[in-house]
Design a protein around this ligand. Sequence first.
Ligand SMILES: *[C@@H]1O[C@H](CO)[C@@H](O)[C@H](O)[C@H]1NC(C)=O
Ligand SMILES: *[C@@H]1O[C@H](CO)[C@@H](O)[C@H](O)[C@H]1NC(C)=O
Ligand SMILES: *[C@@H]1O[C@H](CO)[C@@H](O)[C@H](O)[C@H]1NC(C)=O
Ligand SMILES: *[C@@H]1O[C@H](CO)[C@@H](O)[C@H](O)[C@H]1NC(C)=O
Ligand SMILES: *[C@@H]1O[C@H](CO)[C@@H](O)[C@H](O)[C@H]1NC(C)=O
Ligand SMILES: *[C@@H]1O[C@H](CO)[C@@H](O)[C@H](O)[C@H]1NC(C)=O
Ligand SMILES: [Zn+2]
Length: 737
Amino acid sequence: MSKSRIIVLTVIVSLLGIGLGVIIGYFGHPNQNLNIPAPVVPTEDPTISQLLMNELSADNIKENLRTLTQSPHIAGRDQDDVVLVDLIKQRWLNDLDSVVIHPYNVLLSYPKQNDSNYISIKLDNGTEIDVSQRKELVIDAEQNNPNVVDPFNAYSAAGEPEGDLVYVNYARIEDFFHLNRTKMISTVGKICISRYGAIFRGDKAVHAELYGCIGLIIYSDPIDYTVPWSGVYPEDWYLPSTGAQRGTLWTDNGDPRTPNYPSIQYTFDLLLQQRYAHLPKIPVTPIGYIDAVKYLGKLAGEEVIDTWKGGMNITYRYGPGFSAEHSNSKIKMSVKTTNQPAIIHNVIGYIRGKVEPDRYVLFGNHRDAWVFGAIDPTSGTATMLELTRAFGTMLKRGWRPRRTLVFCSWGAEEYGLIGSTEWVEELQKELQARAIAYLNVDAAVQGNFSLAANGVASLNQVVFDSTKLVSNPNPAEVSEGRSTVYDTWKHRSPSSSEDVPSIGGLGSGSDYTAFLQVLGIASVDLRHTYDRSIGLASYPVYHSVYETFSLVEKFVDPGFQYHVSVSRVWGEIGRKLADSPVLPLDCRLYAQDLAKKRDDLITYYGSDMEKNGVDFAQLNESIRIFIQSANEIHQRIQSIDISNAYETRAINDQLMLLERSFIDQNPLPGRVAYRHVVSAPSQHNSYGSTAFPAVVDAMFDIDADPDPVGRWNEVKKQYSILVFHILSAAAALKPAV
Ligand SMILES: *[C@@H]1O[C@H](CO)[C@@H](O)[C@H](O)[C@H]1NC(C)=O
Ligand SMILES: *[C@@H]1O[C@H](CO)[C@@H](O)[C@H](O)[C@H]1NC(C)=O
Ligand SMILES: *[C@@H]1O[C@H](CO)[C@@H](O)[C@H](O)[C@H]1NC(C)=O
Ligand SMILES: *[C@@H]1O[C@H](CO)[C@@H](O)[C@H](O)[C@H]1NC(C)=O
Ligand SMILES: *[C@@H]1O[C@H](CO)[C@@H](O)[C@H](O)[C@H]1NC(C)=O
Ligand SMILES: *[C@@H]1O[C@H](CO)[C@@H](O)[C@H](O)[C@H]1NC(C)=O
Ligand SMILES: [Zn+2]
């Protein structure tokens, strides 16, 4: 058939289609005149909220956790990418409307089997002493599994460097400033030893490389992973001396070979080569404090300042090198970690919305773990599977949400948010147009102290309202008069400025990152956590072999009531977002949050910025206009006819557009993976969140810049871009004409 005939035919068929639609539309509905009214839509059924909560069971979550953590399930290996993918797929085929598997061919990293990484002290005659444990000690039968991967840091370079040791505290940028500028201790050509904590380990490696180190050892100091006078696993949940924290070093998210594009079959080889250059160039590996004490205890040099001291019974010194007795010895690292391609999978399950199937509310949790992962992430996976079962039960009773629910089981999160980032890259146009919100739960239950949430301010109200409906899982708290999750949360983690619980900003560190930071999809990250005031760097057994089912059952949540509580909060937030005729996104809270971020910026940097010619009147004016638009759209919401589908949809689209408005068309300077101008991971710590990141990044260490004029011009440029985005967002909330 010739091309022109195809076009003619297509036109006719399309016209027929449109004609039929009009005819069916016209005659299909009685009482319609030419002034066709918008379709009328049903409102939500709020009774489903309680039914859903009652359906969620602690015993089911416990059995899910037991099943999912029977074997180690690291990304790219069969247990995670075949067995658990299939398990989740089968459950969801039963509970949900449909399931799609998205495989990606990505670059992962593993230590060498039977020749895993170690550290030693090398004497001048070549003998190695004080050789570190290559494996964590098996304490009970549960850890005795041949598929446990030995401690390593993903994407480390391989190598066997030898040299003098220098202690670098947490390897924060300010720690290197302290060595370089205050103590005048050079780290060039040295092997550094850093403790875990304070910042993302990938940033430690970046800083070590920047300051010329030839290797980096990262250990867990007892001061950060235990509390004084208390036992360690198996007596208590604190980290045993042989425990070592695995974890990735990758800082840019997604398959390192394909920045901004998905790693799928048609991806051209050259695209696959792009980013090798940004992976760590030095060997990096983790050890436990059973070994760290041997190396740190022998260091020479001056005693460290108080804030650098850890909890081992030694005098902490900077180095470089060992004390007199060992002065001819070097520290040696043996790292055989290599990068290897692997196929990873996301499992995506859908409940189709009955009124607006093309609007998505997404629930996400990763599936892969470093070892058994009974807390990270499997407490979340066990919870998500119970939530999907409960939603499935509601479907069988005849309920169906107004909008589509999407459940995502991500692969290879631990390596650098790989599965979620590749999926967001692949589906970016669809998600930009359709995603209302992304609700992340990674490690659902890390302790029994309080709910914790980080997220964008427009979601705060729906999160608060949901937690007010969930009963308090802690009986002692109930008897204190705090009957809901909200009550304990507000009691234990109050906001500094309002009479509500505090919700932090989002940096990076879990799968919400690409949704929020690349596409501008409103996101929140939820967990139930331990008491942060006891000073731990994370929950103690994080990423070690001891993160097992028994540990959760004995110490973290014996009755699984905190797991149920998270499933209820998560489910109710999603249900409200999916069912409410008008989206429960609050632009006024976003406006308040912007104003607060502006105040903080002025507090920390204001006088310096003004002195150098930044005019805060512009930022103030943009925020004033934004506040006005935010107030106006909520006034309009009061008066719309929610039975009018067009009117409701129009306002909802504006609410959805709010977060998108803050995405710049270019990545933030020097940060390929981030485009959001209001929040990004902190420049020297991806776990942290920085407000107005491009402006703050440009200000960083500005006094030490040899070209102050150039740097201040960069600050002013980024400041203008920020003001532009706030005005764009304000305009996006205005009525159409
Ligand atoms: C590793 O060691 C185990 C036990 O010593 C042995 O069974 C296995 O074959 C070895 N694997 C490799 C790849 O050498
Ligand atoms: C190296 O020196 C150590 C300590 O002096 C000694 O114990 C060891 O036997 C020596 N090894 C060799 C191969 O000479
Ligand atoms: C401090 O860092 C600068 C810049 O990297 C370097 O040139 C200098 O040699 C360092 N000083 C010491 C004592 O290491
Ligand atoms: C710490 O080490 C010193 C010197 O080795 C020893 O005398 C002391 O008993 C140790 N303290 C503890 C609490 O282990
Ligand atoms: C919470 O956990 C701590 C530490 O394991 C424990 O002492 C406490 O009894 C737990 N509280 C509740 C209510 O479960
Ligand atoms: C901008 O607003 C802040 C907070 O209200 C205020 O403290 C500051 O003086 C204002 N600056 C200018 C230049 O208007
Ligand atoms: Zn995780």
